[in-house]
Ligand binder design. Structure first.
Ligand SMILES: Nc1nc2c(c(=O)[nH]1)N[C@@H](CN(C=O)c1ccc(C(=O)N[C@@H](CCC(=O)O)C(=O)O)cc1)CN2
Length: 292
């Protein structure tokens, strides 16, 4: 029997911890503030930004949602970031990804004050993660995956871990976390050019699927008893579904789950952890701003 790792429950636990920290900060007159910048009208991004702002309101955090049209210029986005960098009520800033193509996302990320970069995408925070300097911000999704592994009692130390995908948002930071002194795993990063991907995955005690292809990981790629963390959130058209689509992960859940010792579902697995870890990073930013 495989354990289904309940991301919603773990996210609630993280948010309850956050609630206590927020109360403590409020007694000192500090209200953590998050600014979320949304450029364009990508439907999924709108949902995620809405959830972030709603969660801030529920927990008593200050938040600002800045919406720019799909034809906003790169300079307009930069101007917003500079204004937020200077706003003392804002401790965390993020620009929802992906922005429209005329926006140079890399340059925008570099313009965010690294002390307010609660997404952990700025080069200074990427370096701190690689150096295991805990003053930096760890990207929310991989941080959430590590917490899920911990809460599920998965021993990462000495494990063979395979991360499928090498994005800056998930794959690379996930690999760094798994190989860090906290994770102590032996890590392989696989991607679209990896030879013998099936064989590479079959060796894994832990698979983290973050390749962005619906149901890419099939049962033949997974060894019996492996732990599978599915980061994929793909919208697949389905006329019979209420919203006209259904969500599927990067893992063919129905055939893979019976082989696993533990697996995350989609939805209700990694996704809710992303927002919980964002709130946690914003509180950390507010705390660190008091010490600066
Ligand atoms: N600036 C950023 N952009 C993006 C990030 C990020 O961390 N920073 N991550 C993703 C999107 N994302 C948060 O921004 C996110 C994705 C999914 C979920 C989530 O809770 N998913 C639910 C399903 C929700 C649905 O119905 O669509 C689940 O999996 O249960 C939260 C946040 C890309 N962009």
């Amino acid at each position: 029997m495989s354990t289904i790792i309940d991301g919603k429950a773990v996210a609630e636990k993280v948010l309850a911890e956050c609630g206590q920290q927020i109360e403590e900060l409020q007694t000192r007159g500090v209200v953590p503030g998050l600014a979320v910048v949304l450029v364009g009208d990508d439907p999924a991004s709108k949902v995620y930004v809405g959830s972030k702002v709603r969660k801030c309101a529920e927990l008593g955090l200050h938040s600002r949602k800045i919406e720019l049209p799909a034809d906003a210029t790169h300079q307009q986005v930069l101007d917003v970031v500079h204004e937020l960098n200077a706003d003392p009520q804002i401790h965390g800033i993020l620009v929802q990804s992906p922005p429209p193509p005329q926006i140079d996302e890399d340059a925008i990320v570099r313009a965010i004050d690294p002390a307010k970069d609660v997404d952990g995408f700025h080069p200074e925070n990427v370096a701190k993660l690689a150096l295991e300097d805990s003053s930096g911000y760890v990207p929310c999704t991989p941080a959430g995956c590590m917490r899920l592994l911990k809460e599920a009692g998965v021993e990462t130390s000495g494990a063979e871990a395979v991360v499928i995908g090498r994005s800056m948002i998930v794959g690379k930071p996930m690999a760094l976390l798994l190989m860090s002194k906290e994770g102590n795993a032996t890590v392989t990063v696989a991607h679209s050019r990896t030879k013998d991907l099936v064989e590479v995955c079959r060796r894994a005690d832990i698979i983290v699927a973050a390749i962005g292809r619906p149901e890419f990981v099939t049962a033949d790629m997974v060894k019996d008893g492996a732990v599978v963390i599915d980061v994929g959130i793909n919208r697949v058209e389905d006329a019979s579904a209420k919203r006209g689509y259904r969500l599927v992960g990067d893992v063919a859940y129905d055939e893979v789950a019976p082989k696993c010792s533990a697996i995350t579902p989609v939805p209700g697995g990694v996704g809710p952890m992303t927002i919980a870890m964002l709130i946690s990073n914003t509180i950390k930013a507010a705390c660190q701003s008091q010490r600066a």
